[in-house]
Design a protein around this ligand. Structure first.
Ligand code: HEM
Ligand code: HEM
Length: 213
């Protein structure tokens, strides 16, 4: 008997879309900071200043959004709390291999998984969270090198004592491309699973509901 199940609570959806907006804004402004592609015609146009202002504004939005999601890892329902991301749960590794076989067209049907994140998705989200934390720490290390203050020091400024600023800047840029690669694969696999499983996975990140038993 199929029914509508409320899987993604409001904080999960809110932080998902805040992260999407932040990543788009941080990537566009970050690419501009690294290689300015618009040139000012008049000295009154303050394009780099505006881009940096936007970068830092969305850096804070992104940091707060991640902090809220990490808090929700202890408060959320069983589809979104820490257990949903535990790769050591019995049977999850096997399911992940089955999913990968489907994604690589070795099998023609995805394995039967639960209604929460698929085994491979939850593993990918764990890795993505590590990348998020690195972007925040390296970003605040870069920020601290120009604007030293206590909050920037705590959020990542200390990394400047471990790695050189140029190394951090290079990795801050490179990891952006890893995240953007994840986004393309993520949206494609979501669409693919939606077509095969017909459980409303794509609309679930807007409405919160999936179709299942
Ligand atoms: C997913 C998140 C983020 C992305 C995709 C991103 C992307 C970028 C890129 C591509 C650059 C240019 C690097 C270069 O080629 O020189 C940059 C610079 C920078 N980012 Fe981020 N960033 C992110 C998050 C953050 C965060 C959370 C902070 C924290 C404050 C931050 C602070 C900075 C700073 C300070 C710079 C150097 C600005 C300058 O030198 O004028 N970024 N970012
Ligand atoms: C910057 C772009 C994006 C990033 C970084 C991203 C990342 C993520 C993450 C980390 C989750 C897990 C949510 C959680 O448990 O907190 C998730 C879930 C989800 N995302 Fe995205 N997402 C992006 C864009 C999109 C877009 C454009 C769509 C399609 C409309 C989408 C569809 C979904 C769906 C359906 C889920 C829930 C199902 C699942 O477990 O995979 N995402 N996404």
């Amino acid at each position: 008997m199929l029914k509508s199940v409320y899987v993604w609570e409001f904080p999960v959806r809110l932080t998902h879309w805040l992260n999407v907006l932040s990543i788009v804004m941080l990537s566009v402004t970050g690419i501009y900071i690294g290689a300015p592609f618009i040139h000012a015609l008049y000295t009154t146009e303050y394009i780099m200043g505006t881009m940096r202002f936007l970068h830092f504004t969305f850096a804070y939005v992104f940091t707060v959004s991640l902090a809220l999601r990490l808090y929700w890892i202890f408060k959320g329902n069983n589809f979104s709390d820490w257990r949903a991301f535990n790769p050591f749960v019995k049977g999850r590794a096997k399911l992940m291999i089955e999913h990968c076989k489907f994604y690589m067209c070795i099998t023609n049907k995805p394995p039967k998984d639960w209604l929460g994140h698929t085994a491979s998705a939850s593993f990918a989200y764990l890795g993505l969270t590590v990348l998020y934390l690195f972007m925040i720490a390296s970003g605040f290390a870069l920020y601290y090198s120009a604007q030293p203050n206590v909050s920037a020091l705590l959020l990542g400024g200390w990394l400047g004592n471990v790695f050189s600023i140029s190394t951090l800047r290079l990795w801050h840029h490179l990891v952006m491309w890893f995240i953007l690669t994840f986004v393309i694969v993520h949206v494609y696999l979501g669409w693919l699973l939606d077509r095969h499983e017909k459980n409303g996975i794509m609309s679930s990140i807007f409405s919160g509901y999936k179709i299942g038993e």
